[in-house]
Design a protein. Structure first.
Length: 153
């Protein structure tokens, strides 16, 4: 059985939840640690893999691999300063940030278009301008207005 892809799931999950923390808390930087383990059916030997990623608002939530780790000793008191210094050096280049911005804008456009079409199909009595107001009201209710209106609970 192939177990290499399992670590990908662990890391993807860790980065996913790190992005949720970025979105729903005031933390601007998150260290995401994904770990998986398995027992080799043939030998009975235990194996594990660790993925460590830095996820930051400055990098638009894109995860950056911190390094290769075989255990969690990088979190020990004697090693944590070096680990944090390594993270401080991580920044995405401007070209990569632009790609991420473009991708996120494309995703927003696609979702807004789908929402507009769904409203058009399901709410036959609404005109085009009413659909725009409904979409804007939905976005404001979901995201809020910083400093003026909290998102709907």
């Amino acid at each position: 059985m192939e177990f290499k892809n399992i670590n990908g799931y662990a890391v993807n999950g860790a980065v996913h939840y790190a992005n949720a923390l970025l979105q729903f808390t005031n933390y601007p930087d998150i260290i995401a640690i994904g770990m998986t383990g398995w027992r080799d059916d043939g030998t009975g030997e235990l194996h594990h893999e660790i993925g460590v990623w830095y996820v930051s608002k400055n990098n638009l939530g894109a995860g950056q691999k911190v390094g290769e780790f075989t255990d969690l000793s990088f979190l020990a008191d004697k090693n944590v300063d070096g680990f944090l210094n390594k993270i401080k050096l991580l920044n995405l280049p401007p070209e990569e940030l632009e790609k991420i911005k473009a991708s996120k804008e494309e995703e927003i456009d696609t979702r807004l278009s789908r929402l507009n079409n769904d409203i058009y199909q399901n709410e036959k009595g609404l005109g085009e301008s009413d659909r725009v107001y409904l979409v804007v009201a939905t976005v404001i209710a979901t995201l809020g207005i910083p400093g003026k209106l909290a998102p709907a609970g």
